[in-house]
Design a protein around this ligand. Structure first.
Ligand code: ADP
Ligand code: MG
Length: 266
């Protein structure tokens, strides 16, 4: 059971979303006042600044904003890959900022799917081995057929034994999607999943993110493409680490318009 009382500092828009989109029991990821400051040799960089948001099962959220607005840092903080400087993050009931590395590793294997460019495929392993790896680590190896089925679903049935360096960027991204499909994670975190893909790979990635959402995952996806964002249920907009706007179910034109207006709203 997710504790929801920690979401109460969420901004008005987040509360509105809660009212519109379902019960708080459905929240699988909540961010409450999340802030991250990178200490650099020059001035500290406040990459994420007091962000609050709730993400529910079976919903797909896009995150947009200019380059450097903190989108990737926010995703990394949510997954515990970076320890946020302040705030509260609850992922499937786990307090991510307080959890031990060991707990976080288990959480990421069991409950999180990552679709990051160039992230997380093991170079020495085949596509098949990469897809099966989290379950194997977890002591619950997946059946070979399930692994193959997931790779076939993303159109890589003929690449089972290929290693990442023999795959295109789009194919690697599809391996990452296949791995998420197999794990049926509570939360899927994707950083520009269609960023550099050919159209065929992009279509497969979007189709399978749709499937993961329909199967109950909460999908959180950074994109710079309004057409891609329009596949999501809502789009959140970041500027200078701050959440400044939200559009529910917008068309590509609405989303592009909001993006163009961001500077004047900041
Ligand atoms: P986005 O994904 O929206 O392009 P990032 O989250 O990558 O933005 O970066 C947000 C801000 O934090 C930027 O100003 C960036 O330069 C800074 N930043 C990101 N990673 C680091 C780091 N490891 N050390 C210092 N500053 C960083
Ligand atoms: Mg980024």
């Amino acid at each position: 059971m997710v504790e929801t009382q920690h979401c109460t500092r969420a901004g008005g828009w987040a509360r509105d979303a809660a009212g519109m989109q379902g019960r708080d029991d459905d929240v699988v990821l909540s961010l409450d006042g999340v802030t991250h400051v990178f200490e650099t040799e020059a001035a500290p960089v406040r990459a994420v600044d007091d962000v609050s948001a709730a993400f529910r099962r079976g919903t797909w959220t896009a995150i947009m904003g200019p380059s450097g607005s903190g989108k990737s840092t926010l995703l990394y903080c949510a997954a515990g890959l970076i320890r946020a400087t302040a705030g509260r993050i609850l992922l499937d009931g786990v307090d991510v900022r307080a959890a031990s590395e060991r707990r976080l590793t288990a959480l990421r294997r069991q409950r999180l799917g990552f679709v990051f460019q160039d992230f997380n495929l093991v170079p020495a392993l085949t596509a098949e081995q990469n897809v099966g790896l989290p379950a194997r680590f977890d002591g619950r190896p997946a059946a070979d057929e399930a692994v193959r089925g997931a790779l076939e679903r993303v159109g890589l049935g003929d690449k089972l034994r290929s290693r990442p360096d023999a795959l295109s960027g789009g194919q690697r991204q599809r391996v990452a999607i296949a791995r998420a499909l197999l794990a049926r994670p509570a939360v899927v975190i994707a950083d520009e999943p269609t960023g550099a893909l050919d159209s065929r790979s992009g279509e497969v990635v979007l189709r399978e993110l749709t499937t993961l959402t329909a199967e109950g995952s909460a999908v959180v996806m950074v994109t710079h493409d309004p057409v891609v964002a329009a596949h999501a249920d809502r789009t959140l907009f970041l500027i200078d680490g701050r959440l400044v706007d939200e559009v529910a179910g917008g068309s590509p034109a609405t989303i592009a318009g909001t993006l163009a207006d961001l500077d004047t709203r900041a």
